[in-house]
Design a binder for this molecule. Structure first.
Ligand code: ACM
Ligand code: ZN
Length: 734
């Protein structure tokens, strides 16, 4: 209801104040829109005038417009007096800026650079029906456009998106679509996280093993299975030839591809390949992502030669002025016990092992500068100081880390995790991480890069821009979940990076999303997140509020997920069984929200019979079996190492339990990590004789419709699990 009122107020506001951004629904909001009098009617004979027949933006525009009109659109070098779209150059305009004039006679896009021209074209496309993006032939014979002038330029020069292609591999053609989607939103930097523990993704000619072995994970591969890849051989990589093709594709759309080779930690995909580049020492402490032996030794001089060989190839391949060396989340224990690292500490007079990190980073900087590039890295790279003024920091841990970096004089890009990590959940009920924050659309939109920073005007210039990032541990399932996590949040990011601070207004932004931009995303073919309705149970009625007034909500009354054929809900439903109802918002027929029930009704009633647990699996210290007899579904216990074939864990009920379904979840309580990848459940009516049940699938198994009350449930492991530890949870019994 609140949103309905907001949207109404917004629409009234537009009429009363003449604020026009909403009526054209341009996104990201431009600097200035001035509506004129009259219309320009696009009709047969429309010509795109360009002095350069090979101009990318002119050809791109021609292709897009031919999608919607019933007549061919010519591209000509001759000047045309009426019915034209023409380009002009004005070197006084800002870099990447443009002016778009729609007059009664035709349309002019003025810019200083090809980037500005491309963005002028992007804004122009937004004035047409959203089918310009879809390739559906509307066969329009005429299309009237309001006379208007748009003057526009970006707030920040660096407007980025970081994509982790290591944990989940994205095919080349799919990356091209991301470049399209970014550039439609006027984002201009694609930071590719090309290497991490779980996969090496770029061909290095001097070290072919990096991709021959390091690009693959699986049961018999060098890199162990993880993140649900299970027994599958999972992976892939980009050849240098393919990467060149991608770079050209991106350049045409004003997107710079910045490569990241994450060092010295997060590096199992290279340390495992080279074997002798680690210290060879040991620790019981896993890295932040649960890996071991994934840190390069700082003391071995030969390591720097290998790294330089790799960086040289990256520097030759990528035209980007930046090479990102990561530098984040290093476990220092290896260095503390390594003779070569200790000798280096002594030689350099370092007191603290962490100073070796600063040493390593400065060595990387020397190599990168030698090859004509600027070093970039996560904010960890500035922890120990001494960087060249050009070295550029991506602040991820906090605004404070960004502040530190700026105060040290480093150009800084803000990617503050608690606003800009797109692997975080939108709401508590959805899939995703939550360690940095829960990030609904309104939260990311609210992000202001300068928030909590007290900077002088000189220091302000060091904040060069903003990027959002997608880590992909959770993206292999369900299909296209990455798109769900990215959109519509990337639309909010585009406005953070592009639009003037005074132009930012969530209600206005949301109005543009609802009025037109969701249609554009749909036409672009993006599987974006659809917002679920809000449902409460009051006065014996389910009261259903769609996310916006025109949204279609469908429901079921048997606890299953609504489908495109389910009934449409109009407002309220009278019922005395509210726990059975599930609701989803639909966008056209094939996109829908998660299914929700009433937020104030308990949707599942689980049984809680007294139970005891036994196992021959060794648990981590302080992990107690009682934890998984409490029916607290947020809790779990962890094994000390990977589990092995033949090990078991048995839940025995004090009295046999009459039930319909027993759900046996494993892994983290809220995330698909560290669960049983190979195993099955069995169950018993007498505690002695067991019947084999289902195999585990994605860490879960079920016992369905037992024929008698169940006395015991057993997990039987048939092979090692994904990840270094395996977690067990409370049973869910219905
Ligand atoms: C990071 O999230 N480790 C940069
Ligand atoms: Zn070492």
């Amino acid at each position: 209801m609140k949103k309905t009122i907001l949207t109404l107020a917004l629409m009234l506001g537009n009429i009363l104040t003449g604020w026009c951004d909403s009526s054209l629904n341009i996104l990201p909001a431009p600097q200035k829109i001035v509506m004129g009098e009259g219309t320009f009617v696009v009709k047969k004979g429309l010509a795109i005038v360009s002095t350069d027949a090979n101009d990318f933006s002119a050809n791109f525009l021609q292709d897009k417009l031919e999608e919607v009109f019933d007549f061919p659109i010519t591209l000509t070098r001759q000047s045309v007096n009426e019915g034209f779209i023409r380009f002009e150059t004005d070197k006084s305009l800002p870099e990447e800026g443009y002016r778009l004039d729609v007059t009664a006679k035709g349309i002019t896009i003025v810019s200083a650079t090809p980037a500005g021209k491309y963005y002028g074209v992007q804004t122009l496309l937004q004035l047409f029906p959203s089918e310009v993006y879809s390739g559906e032939h509307l066969r329009l014979k005429e299309y009237p456009m309001e006379v208007v002038t748009v003057e526009d330029a970006p707030r920040f020069g660096y407007r980025g998106f970081m994509l982790d292609v290591s944990r989940t591999f994205f095919e080349l053609d799919y990356l091209k679509r991301y470049i399209d989607w970014m550039s439609f939103h006027k984002l201009n930097k694609l930071h590719l996280h090309l290497t991490d523990d779980n996969g090496w993704r770029i061909e290095i000619k001097k070290y072919p093993e990096l991709t021959r072995k390091g690009a693959w994970r699986g049961k018999n591969e060098l890199i162990p299975p993880t993140y649900l890849s299970g027994s599958e051989k999972y992976g892939g990589y980009y050849t240098q030839k393919e990467m060149k093709e991608l770079i050209t594709y991106a350049q045409q759309r004003n997107v710079m591809i910045i490569p990241e080779f994450d060092l010295p930690g997060h590096a199992l995909s290279s340390t495992a390949v080279f074997g002798n580049v680690t210290c060879g020492t040991h620790t019981d402490k896993p890295s932040a992502c649960g890996e071991f032996d994934n840190v390069w030794c700082v003391g071995k001089e030969s390591n720097y030669r290998i790294i330089e060989d790799i960086i040289k190839e990256l520097a030759d391949l990528f035209p980007s002025p930046y090479i990102n060396i990561g530098g984040d989340e290093v476990v220092f224990d290896y260095w503390a016990q390594c003779d070569e690292c200790q000798a280096l500490m002594k030689k350099e007079g370092y007191k603290d092992v962490e100073e070796l990190h600063g040493h390593f980073v400065r060595r990387m900087e020397d190599i990168i500068v030698k090859h004509g590039k600027v070093m970039m890295g996560w904010d960890d790279i500035q922890d120990h100081g001494g960087l060249r003024p050009s070295s550029t920091v991506v602040a991820w841990r906090s605004q404070k880390k960004g502040l530190e970096s700026i105060k040290k004089g480093q150009p800084t890009v803000m990617q503050t995790g608690e606003y800009l990590y797109l692997d975080m959940k939108y709401t508590p009920a959805e899939r995703g991480h939550s360690w940095a924050a829960i990030i609904p659309l309104e939260r990311i939109y609210s992000y202001e890069p300068y928030q909590d920073l007290q900077l002088t005007p000189e220091e302000e210039k060091l904040l060069i821009g903003v990027q959002a990032g997608l880590w992909t541990e959770l993206m292999q399932f369900p299909p296209r979940f990455a798109e769900y996590q990215i959109f519509p949040r990337l639309c909010a990011l585009s406005e953070i990076g592009w639009s003037a601070k005074e132009k930012k207004n969530y209600a206005d932004f949301y109005g543009r999303m609802v009025n037109k931009h969701y249609d554009r995303l749909y036409a672009m073919g993006i599987a974006f997140r659809v917002e679920p309705p809000k449902v409460v149970y009051e006065d014996a009625q389910l009261k259903v509020t769609p996310p916006y007034p025109s949204a279609v909500v469908r429901y079921t009354l048997d606890g299953t997920e609504p489908m495109a054929t389910s009934n449409v809900c109009h407002g309220t439903i009278i019922t005395d069984a509210p726990e059975k109802f599930r609701f989803s918002t639909f966008f056209n027929r094939n996109l829908k929200s998660i299914a929700v029930g009433a937020e104030n009704v308990e949707l599942h009633r689980y049984l809680t019979p007294e139970v005891s647990v036994e196992t021959d699996i060794e648990l981590l210290a302080n992990n107690k079996l009682e934890t998984i007899t409490s029916y607290n579904f947020n809790r779990m216990i962890r094994s000390k190492t990977r589990v092995k074939a033949g090990q078991t864990l048995t839940y025995t009920f004090k009295e046999p339990v009459a039930c319909k379904t027993i759900h046996v979840p494993t892994g983290y309580a809220a995330l698909p990590f560290y669960g049983v990848s190979d195993g099955y459940v069995e169950y018993s009516y007498d505690g002695v004789n067991f019947i084999k049940g289902e195999d585990f699938y994605r860490y879960h198994a079920y016992i369905r419709n037992p024929e008698a009350p169940v006395k015991a449930v057993r997990i039987v492991i048939t092979d090692t699990n994904d990840g270094w530890s395996c977690c067990f949870q409370n049973l869910k019994i219905e």
